[in-house]
Design a protein around this ligand. Structure first.
Ligand code: MF3
Ligand code: CO
Length: 291
């Protein structure tokens, strides 16, 4: 059960405003959508203004770390060196790399090269070579507030085929972002991502998706890209989640490395690309928190 708040009492969101001028209409809309059979967000994943401020601070580090990687990444470098850069930059700015020891993950960042789909583990043995495409997935914990985004990097001269995969995957995220607005559905975004990838002859990984984020690294909802317009969870102001499709040049099938239980590969050995942004649903659209 939950207690009903008096209309003149402070709103549950922590804004300091009266409930009747703050989230009363919001709660009514959520209740109505739920009665219509839609999936709706729980209050626990609607961020307060103070939490949003903390998450934005965390994201400042996340973005700076990715910028630092962008300035320094080059052929001949090991993925372990990327891990060191991420650890050094994050901690120098007062944050903690969220992947480190997360469910046993051994490093500070995921580095996924070519046919590695995601969760690549940095290693001294993995040297970046001219022609590689690599995803660097950075996540930060600052004072308990989480941020998460990833970018693709092209090492030296990259084939036209791989270049196009990287570009179209970026477009998928941008096209998905356009669908993020209050009282839309996650499926609006998911279908837009999916359709753009398939129109370009690519496939999208089905088993791994984005996620709510903010007070924890991974929160509700799960965010897939094989969903349909008008379906999945309602997007309400104050929700924060990631858009991070993994787009494959070949088939969508994947497998997990049985040696480390982390690294995901394409089944057919063809390249895969991923970009990730962290997004806040606002009263009139969306705000990118980390990119
Ligand atoms: N950064 C990944 C994501 O986008 C999560 C990686 S989990 C880790 O959700 F442990 F591998 F870091
Ligand atoms: Co993520």
């Amino acid at each position: 059960m939950s207690l009903k708040i008096g209309r003149n009492e402070p709103c549950w969101c922590g804004s300091g405003r009266k409930y009747k001028t703050c989230h009363e209409a919001f709660d009514g809309r959520i209740a109505w959508l739920k009665s219509q059979g839609h999936k709706v967000p729980s209050r626990a994943i609607i961020k307060t203004p103070q939490q949003i401020a903390g998450i934005r601070e965390s994201a400042k580090i996340n973005i700076a770390v990715l910028d630092y990687v962008a300035e320094n990444i080059r052929a001949g470098m090991s993925t372990e060196e990327i891990d060191r850069m991420v650890y050094e930059k994050t901690t120098a700015m007062g944050g903690i790399p969220a992947p480190l020891h997360y469910e046993g993950f051994p490093k500070s960042v995921c580095t996924s090269v070519n046919e590695q789909v995601c969760h690549g583990i940095p290693s001294e043995a993995d040297i970046l070579r001219e022609g590689d495409i690599v995803n660097v997935d950075v996540s930060t914990n600052l004072d308990g507030y989480y941020s998460d985004s990833s970018r693709m990097f092209m090492i030296g001269e990259v084939s036209e085929e791989k270049r196009r995969l990287v570009q179209v995957t970026k477009e998928c995220v941008e096209i998905g972002l356009k669908e993020v607005k209050p009282w839309g559905f996650l499926g609006d975004m998911g279908q837009a991502v999916h359709d753009h990838a398939y129109e370009n002859g690519y496939t999208v990984v089905r088993e791994i998706g984005g996620h709510g984020i903010g007070l924890e690294f991974h929160e509700e909802p799960w965010v897939g890209y094989n969903s349909k317009r008008g379906q999945e969870m309602v997007m309400a102001p104050g929700m924060i989640f990631t858009i991070e499709p993994m787009v494959n040049m070949g088939g969508a099938a994947i497998y997990v490395d049985s040696e480390n239980d982390w690294t995901v590969y394409t089944e057919d050995g063809m390249p895969s690309a991923q970009w990730e942004i962290q997004v806040l649903v606002t009263d009139d659209g969306a705000e990118i928190i980390s990119y």
